[in-house]
Design a protein around this ligand. Structure first.
Ligand SMILES: Nc1ncnc2c1ncn2[C@@H]1O[C@H](COP(=O)(O)OP(=O)(O)O)[C@@H](O)[C@H]1O
Ligand SMILES: CC(C)(COP(=O)(O)O)[C@@H](O)C(=O)NCCC(=O)O
Ligand SMILES: [K+]
Length: 243
């Protein structure tokens, strides 16, 4: 069994895989990540590998204490990836975006792919049918939008994600919810439409903590898969360790 761990800027997501099959998903905060991983290893005694991707919040040292029990596979830029990287600054490309691009290539061969990850930030990544990675876009995620409006104004309250109800917010709260949620939904739909007018067909993968919430509010029909990064980590581990 493989334990995949995705260390995001907001939360840690992890999943246990038996070959291609996802057995269990666990989401937890950065605090006490150590004890949580230990508990997972206790619960699933057959885990032999820990495959880790981090946006930079934790480094490999943090995982070394588990190395007497399991093999640690830390994803780094120096690993083999199943795409040609044409980002102008490959050394600064997020590891999470590289894992998503790899997962899209491995799960959807021979197609143009757009991966949208609505997490702390919203990332857009485009990999073409020849498996060339081009880059995409980075914008603030829902929580960052709510927090920055509160932090940089005198009057706006700190709100958390809530259905805006309608386009026309009739109160401060409803106006903010409409701005954040409808604003991001329009951004995603607009990005997809603009890319579609420049490119041939491409498949769209929507993932991240806000994927399910946003999918229902998009004009484009997209199936959300909130486990796509974890599945990609599993597939990338298998790819990097193929015989
Ligand atoms: N229990 C939760 N704790 C924090 N964020 C959550 C939770 N449930 C859903 N979310 C949403 O998920 C987003 C963070 O997504 P996530 O994919 O976990 O981010 P990251 O990969 O950057 O850590 C936040 O913007 C928030 O709206
Ligand atoms: C853009 C990100 C902050 C997204 O992180 P996340 O929202 O998934 O936690 C991360 O991919 C990152 O730090 N990227 C480095 C810059 C780049 O990809 O060009
Ligand atoms: K993201």
């Amino acid at each position: 069994m493989i334990l995949t761990v995705d260390v995001g800027n907001t939360r840690i997501k992890s999943a246990v895989f038996e070959n291609d099959t996802l057995v269990e998903v666990m989401v937890f905060p950065h605090e006490n990540f150590f004890g949580t991983i230990e508990n997972i290893l206790k619960k699933f005694q057959n885990i032999t590998v820990l495959a880790v991707a981090s946006v930079g919040k934790l480094d490999v040292e943090a995982f070394k204490s588990f190395s007497d029990r399991v093999k640690i596979h830390f994803i780094t830029r120096e690993n083999a990836f199943p795409f040609l990287n044409q980002y102008a600054t490959p050394q600064t490309l997020g590891i999470d975006r590289m894992v998503l691009a790899a997962g899209a290539v491995l799960q959807f061969p021979g197609q143009n792919r757009l991966i949208i990850d609505a997490g702390t930030c919203v990332t857009y990544d485009f990999v073409d049918e020849n498996d060339v990675y081009h880059g995409g876009a980075i914008s603030p995620g829902t929580r960052l939008r709510y927090e920055s409006m509160h932090n940089y104004t005198a009057k706006l309250p700190l709100l958390t994600l809530e259905d805006p109800g309608s386009l026309i917010g009739n109160s401060t709260g409803q106006s903010m919810h409409s701005g954040v949620i409808n604003g991001l939904a329009f951004e995603i739909d607009g990005y997809i439409d603009a890319l579609q007018s420049e490119n041939e067909n491409f498949i769209i993968i929507l993932t991240g903590g806000d994927a399910n919430f946003l999918a229902k509010r998009l004009k484009n029909t997209i199936f959300a898969n909130s486990n796509f990064l974890l599945e990609s980590l599993n597939n990338l581990y298998l790819y990097q360790n193929r015989k």
